[in-house]
Design a protein. Structure first.
Length: 74
């Protein structure tokens, strides 16, 4: 193979790889993605019988609607 053919093949390969990566990013962006910035919270000691409350923030980092079908506490 001469230099021009190798150069053309290399350019075509780079273009194909770039196109494949762009398609992969598009597909990944089209789904919901649940994210908990604080997945665990440790409560300070409290007096027995006191009400203890903590709000967990759930973020959808994806571009589609995130449906929460079931929750389970530890």
């Amino acid at each position: 193979m001469n230099f021009k053919k190798i150069k053309a093949l290399l350019i075509i390969t780079v273009i194909c790889l770039a196109a494949d990566m762009a398609v992969g990013e598009e597909t990944a962006d089209k789904s919901p993605s649940a994210f908990l910035p604080e997945p665990v919270y440790t409560f300070a000691p409290v007096v027995e019988g006191s009400e203890v409350v903590h709000d967990f923030i759930l973020q959808n980092k994806g571009n589609e609607t995130l449906f929460i079908e079931k929750l389970k506490s530890g």
